[in-house]
Write a protein that binds this ligand. Structure first.
Ligand code: B12
Length: 793
């Protein structure tokens, strides 16, 4: 039976972990598992066979890390071919009477994608594409993308599979304890994005034991229209007699899995620590539980790399400001490629209450295709809310949708055949929530009924492309009332009619209504209120306009969307505070700090350049850069910010730091003595250590900064090579304090003459003493004082 049909009938059983079994069969810790599986075929086939015998329908190939980053093209091809044959052979040898499928296993690259890491999105797509083509060539029945902890990399993998194969594809992510991916995406966001891209089943694997993951799996079940996969670990590992032992036994594990099936999970299995014994128990416990095949949820949603916005409840605000039409400064910014200006507009709109940002770069004199892609890329890395890709050029639209991390809003399609032919294939391929304008070859009709008729035609055509009406949001369009007395009235009727007759959401660019009239915001806000009262689901407005947002928050409070009027009260108290306009010194300081917190590197750099003479180089470090990093660090700790934001802030801090460097006089004579500086092994924080290096350099020391994540052996090598009198070690995490302890001990033993100072946010005087360091330096100045004290020794 075909795999997808089988899932409709019964709960599909995947395999369990392979790592432990491979080790038991002889894999050494320094061997590549994929290569091992090619050399030790019989042992490999036996592991797979045991899973089929235990009751698995689907067994994964031993190809988790089989990619071009780890293997040459020739070896990779041989690995994929052999790995698939191994599972196929195991299926043949198994005595189980169940339906059996061979799944090509696709794990993450192990690298972070740009802008947070160094791997370009298209390079990631190509790495996965090579594997996908081989998987299909050598006869896999499906592809399982698994253990992905970044939404953007997950998209790269899924896109590669869809573009290069016709195989069914399962996608599972690894979630953290706070129910997000490492880079911040929520389960709802992952479902929105992966469904949009055409995954056949979605879920989670690895992470923790099933007990800790019930919350995430229920959130996935609630929103997913495709089958849901649950493949957790056997609890948490602990080391007993040198061996990893997992905390959850097969019986308990299987009970959790059975419970998850009762909630609506459709595909089950195990990850790290699970064995054929777990799968056997799972099969026993789920026996008799009926498959609750996922019903379409018909949600209307868009998403960015972190969160999702749903439509159909309280109206959604879409910020209109990143659009050159009628905006001189935006035009100029687009001409000058001043992306930072657009980012500032984006952040300000978000802070004023926008939930989605419209992005329109349509200006005749620029290359819209390149600029829209670039602006989309930059905005999505710092703004943290979904984008609406707004262009009439389908090529520009595709480029932006391709690199978009999430499920975008798309602006727009209309009732003309040509428009639907161009836009719907893009919506189908990349996923998207698309604005549909009720106009066609004959223009915009005069009556609400005719606009409804166009909407119906668009719905029918979309259905032919496999796009549900939940992914359409109708814009019945509004002309100005200054030239047509009925313009607003017909539009309001259309909003109501389309909502009632089709059930679809509606959106309006509200400000069109007032072209040619004085005091436009007054009539705009009145029209906005009327439209919301007629059922408008979203509005493209200026969130920086008080009139519009006052109308919006009043509407929410008056219509029961604002519990205890909390948002209304919050806004009104916030307004009183933000009315201070003057840009005094304090305001400048706030701007630099905010630029770092928001991760705006260009802006942070330009502000630093502008004000460094006033503030002084070290003040810029102590009063701006460090406090800003403290704020983002605290937000990270409180889960108000995620790793991508931390990374973007660190980049912005670095940009300021470069300015500090270029303004600091490093010409002082280097006649003091050699100092080696390093951040210890396992720790990649180096901003603090760089400041220490800068200051010591400035004071005339011969600084040898050997970088971050440095092993104790390398530290020793440098201490000897440079004949250092003083060694400075940095560590910022509790987890890297042991590495610091080892390094100090090692250097003491090998090089007893060298003095050691330590620093970094986790250290204290007491801890430094325990580590047997000679000095603890709470800040960079302390390192200079300590270095000075050694001059005469
Ligand atoms: C920026 C930052 C990052 C950047 C680092 C970029 C870079 N190139 O350094 C990025 C985004 C990459 C990052 C990654 C991670 N980070 Co981080 N990060 C921070 C943050 C916000 C600021 C650190 C900083 O630069 N401070 C400013 C500098 C100037 O201060 P400083 O380092 O303390 O240095 C001063 C003194 O301590 C002293 N000093 C420092 N070193 C030395 C050395 C010597 C020899 C001397 C004499 C003095 C000295 O002088 C300096 C100048 O005055 C902190 C939060 C915070 N506010 O501390 C978290 C923080 C350190 N990170 C944290 C974590 C958990 C991580 C990650 C594990 C996140 C993840 N889940 O992946 C990864 C770690 C990866 C790894 N293996 O190292 C935690 C650590 C928790 C803990 N106690 O263990 C923190 C505290 C955030 C938090 N509140 O949870 N991070």
């Amino acid at each position: 039976m075909n795999l997808i049909d089988l899932i409709k009938k019964e709960i599909l059983v995947l395999d369990g972990g392979t790592g432990t079994l491979l080790q038991k069969s002889g894999l050494k810790s320094d061997e590549m598992p994929e290569r091992w599986g090619v050399v030790n075929r019989e042992a490999m086939i036996d592991i797979h066979r045991r899973y089929y015998d235990a009751g698995s329908n689907v067994v994964n190939t031993n190809t988790f890390g089989a990619n071009t980053l780890h293997y040459t093209a020739d070896e990779l091809e041989n690995i994929v071919k052999t790995a698939i044959e191994n599972v196929r052979e195991a299926a043949r040898r198994s005595s189980s009477g169940k339906e059996k499928f061979v799944s090509y296993d696709m794990g993450p690259t192990g690298r972070l994608l740009k802008p947070y890491g160094d791997l370009a999105f298209e390079d990631a797509v190509e790495i996965f594409a090579v594997q996908a083509r081989l998987a299909q060539k050598y006869g896999a029945d499906l592809i399982s993308i698994e253990t992905m902890s970044d939404s953007y990399e997950t998209k790269a993998a899924l896109l590669a599979v869809k573009e290069n194969t016709s195989l069914p594809v399962f996608v599972t992510n690894a979630y953290t304890e706070d129910e997000t991916l490492l880079t911040g995406a929520s389960p709802e966001t992952m479902v929105a994005m992966l469904e949009g891209l055409g995954a056949d089943a979605i879920g989670l694997n690895c992470s923790y034991g099933p007990d800790k993951l019930m919350g995430v799996i229920r959130r996935i079940i609630k929103v997913s229209s495709v089958p849901v996969i649950f493949k957790p670990n056997a609890g948490l590992p602990c080391v007993v007699n040198g061996e990893s032992v997992y905390s959850i036994e097969p019986e308990e594990f299987a009970s959790y899995i059975a419970q998850a099936c009762e909630y609506g999970v459709n595909i089950v299995g195990g990850c790290c620590g699970t064995t054929p014994a777990y799968i056997e128990k799972v099969c026993e416990k789920i026996n008799g539980i009926a498959q609750k095949y996922s019903e379409p949820k018909n949600l209307s949603v868009c998403a960015c790399g972190m969160n999702s916005v749903y439509f159909g409840g309280a109206p959604v605000i879409i910020g209109e400001r990143i659009n050159p039409t009628g905006k001189k400064l935006v035009k100029q910014a687009l001409r000058d490629n001043d992306i930072d200006y657009l980012i500032k507009e984006g952040i300000e709109q978000k802070n004023c209450g926008a939930q989605v940002l419209d992005v329109n770069c349509g200006l005749a004199e620029i290359d819209e295709k390149t600029v829209l892609e670039n602006v989309t890329d930059k905005l999505q890395s710092v703004c943290g809310i979904p984008l609406q890709i707004d262009t009439s050029d389908p090529i520009a639209m595709e480029k932006a949708l391709r690199i978009y991390n999430g499920k975008a809003m798309i602006n727009s399609v209309n009732g003309k055949k040509e428009s639907m032919d161009e836009i719907f294939p893009l919506v189908k391929k990349y996923g998207g929530f698309v604005v549909a304008l009720t106009l066609d070859e004959n223009g915009i009709p005069d009556t609400a009924d005719e606009r409804l008729a166009i909407a119906q035609r668009i719905i029918d055509t979309a259905a032919n492309y496999g796009i549900g009406r939940n992914n359409l949001i109708f814009d019945p369009l509004c002309m100005t009332v200054s030239t047509d007395d009925n313009a607003a009235k017909v539009t309001l009727e259309s909003v109501k009619l389309i909502r009632e007759k089709t059930g679809c959401n509606t959106v309006l660019g509200v400000s069109n209504v007032s072209f040619g009239l004085p005091r436009r915001e007054i009539i705009n806000s009145a029209f906005f209120l009327l439209a919301m009262q007629n059922g408008l689901s979203a509005a493209i407005v200026n969130p920086k306009s008080d009139e519009m947002m006052n109308a919006y928050y009043s509407f929410l409070a008056l219509s029961g969307f604002d519990k205890s009027c909390m948002n209304y009260i919050g806004r009104m108290s916030g307004m009183a505070v933000s009315s201070d306009e003057g840009k005094n010194d304090e305001a400048v300081k706030e701007d630099i700090i905010k630029a770092i917190i928001d991760g705006r590197d260009d802006y942070a750099r330009s502000l630093s350049e502008k004000f460094i003479d006033e503030t002084g180089a070290m003040n810029l470090v102590n009063e701006f850069i460090i406090p800003a990093l403290d704020v983002i660090g605290r937000k990270f700790e409180k889960k108000e910010a995620y790793l991508p934001q931390l990374l973007m802030s660190a980049e912005a801090a670095k940009a300021c730091f470069e300015v500090v460097k270029s303004h600091t006089d490093l010409s002082g004579s280097k006649n003091k003595y050699p100092v080696v500086l390093a951040t210890v092994s396992g720790d990649i924080h180096d901003i603090g250590k760089n400041i220490v290096a800068l200051l010591l350099d400035n004071y005339g020391y011969e600084v040898r900064d050997i970088g971050k994540n440095v092993s104790k052996e390398t530290v020793l090598e440098s201490v000897v090579k440079y004949n250092a009198k003083l060694l400075g070690l940095s560590a910022l995490m509790t987890t890297t304090v042991p590495a610091m302890a080892e390094t100090v001990e090692f250097i003491r033993k090998e090089c007893p003459g060298v003095k050691i100072m330590v620093g970094g946010a986790v250290l204290t005087e007491e801890l430094a003493e325990r580590l047997n360091a000679d000095a603890y330096c709470p800040d960079a100045m302390a390192s200079v004082r300590y270095a000075e004290s050694l001059i005469d020794l």
